[in-house]
Design a binder for this molecule. Structure first.
Ligand SMILES: NC(=O)c1ccc[n+]([C@@H]2O[C@H](COP(=O)([O-])OP(=O)(O)OC[C@H]3O[C@@H](n4cnc5c(N)ncnc54)[C@H](O)[C@@H]3O)[C@@H](O)[C@H]2O)c1
Length: 322
């Protein structure tokens, strides 16, 4: 079976491509390799994939209409599309909002149009985000909650992606699932995310910026749980015409100070904490209701924050030669 993975040099895309190759599938990986964060990390991830049989990498932009049209014409046997390419990050969407619209909104339309041309397509699986819950207060967040009070442009573009996909399900019957990921972390992770930035600060003796708030917590989800979830769900497309949305979260919201404590423990150094006011675009607390995904396939997160941070710290020390 041939699978198209967009964002294949990204954190989640790399792990998913690896797992698909281990299952013996053919993977076409696409990524623009932009420099939103250290490009050498993306290249290092790709290096792990490049040597593997059945992996083809194409450096291209998912919002490039002609490029995507040519790609699907060259690979009409793609049966699954896992669309993970995005301009990610909440705070950067206040700095360069245009890049979010280009990749997350235009890119989603281009991918869905490409899917229309794929006659063998069984399932379009794409990344959304817990950010769509924005200023909602009722926890845990459920997929059928109203989500019309986003707190960042990133969230707006992710919600626009969901609505676009849902319209394509209605109009063209593209079988699809949108996945709302909750703070994914782990080896080969993203340097722009808090856990990685905390590790950098701890290891270089710089202050760790912690935002104020007794309730500042996240439903951290370990990368292997996310990868396993994506692969399970990929095999279970909904009926044609149905637009499915599922949360994938750790189901154990933890205060951010617990994360810092574990990083100190497994990096073997102390953090110097500097308190700051929480930026308005950042959510205070996240927690995923997992009823939907449990009912579909029984998925449940297996890795505790302690085990996950231990594995991340081990990778971090080796990768950064600390
Ligand atoms: N990591 C998380 O905690 C998290 C949480 C919620 C949602 N998500 C979503 O999951 C998906 C994967 O996230 P990630 O953490 O792996 O991020 P990532 O930034 O590591 O991966 C995204 C990849 O997409 C590539 N990309 C960006 N613009 C592109 C374009 N126009 N064309 C082709 N490639 C492009 C980037 O170069 C990058 O390698 C994204 O859609 C993200 O919004 C992630």
């Amino acid at each position: 079976m041939k699978v198209l993975v967009t964002g294949a040099a990204g954190f989640i895309g790399f792990h998913v491509a690896n797992a698909l190759l281990a299952r013996g599938m053919d993977v076409v990986g696409v990524d623009t390799l932009n420099s939103y964060y250290d490009r050498s990390l993306k290249e290092a991830r790709l290096k792990q994939l490049d040597g593997q049989a059945n992996f083809l990498f194409l450096q291209m932009d998912v919002s490039d209409r002609d490029g995507m049209t040519s790609l699907v014409a060259a690979h009409p046997d793609i049966e699954i599309v896992i669309h993970l390419a995005a301009q990610a990050g909440v705070r950067y969407s206040l700095v360069d909002p245009y890049s979010y619209v280009q990749t997350n909104v235009m890119g989603q339309v281009v991918l869905l149009e490409a899917c229309r041309a794929l006659k063998e397509l069984k399932h379009f699986v794409y990344a959304s985000s817990s950010s769509v819950y924005g200023r909602n207060r009722s926890l845990p967040f459920r997929e059928d909650d109203r989500v019309d009070e986003p707190s960042s442009l990133y969230a707006v573009t992710k919600r626009a992606g969901e609505l676009t996909a849902s319209t394509y399900a209605y109009l063209y019957g593209i079988p699809q699932t949108g996945l709302r990921f909750f703070t994914v972390y782990g080896p080969w992770g993203r340097p722009d995310m808090a856990y990685y930035g905390f590790a950098d600060a701890i290891c270089t003796g710089k202050p760790v910026t912690l935002y104020e708030g007794a309730n500042l917590s996240r439903d951290f989800t370990y990368i292997d749980d996310i990868t396993a979830g994506i692969l399970d769900i990929m095999d279970l497309p909904p009926e044609k015409g149905q637009a499915r949305l599922l949360n994938l979260g750790g189901d154990r919201p933890e205060h951010v100070t617990a994360l810092i404590g574990l990083l100190e423990k497994y990096l073997g150094r102390s953090a110097r904490i500097e308190l700051r006011k929480r930026p308005v675009a950042d959510m205070e607390k996240t927690w995923a209701s997992l009823e939907g995904v449990r009912a579909l396939c029984g998925w449940t997160p297996k890795v505790s924050l302690e085990e996950g941070v231990m594995k991340f710290a081990a990778w971090y020390r080796e990768f950064h030669k600390i």
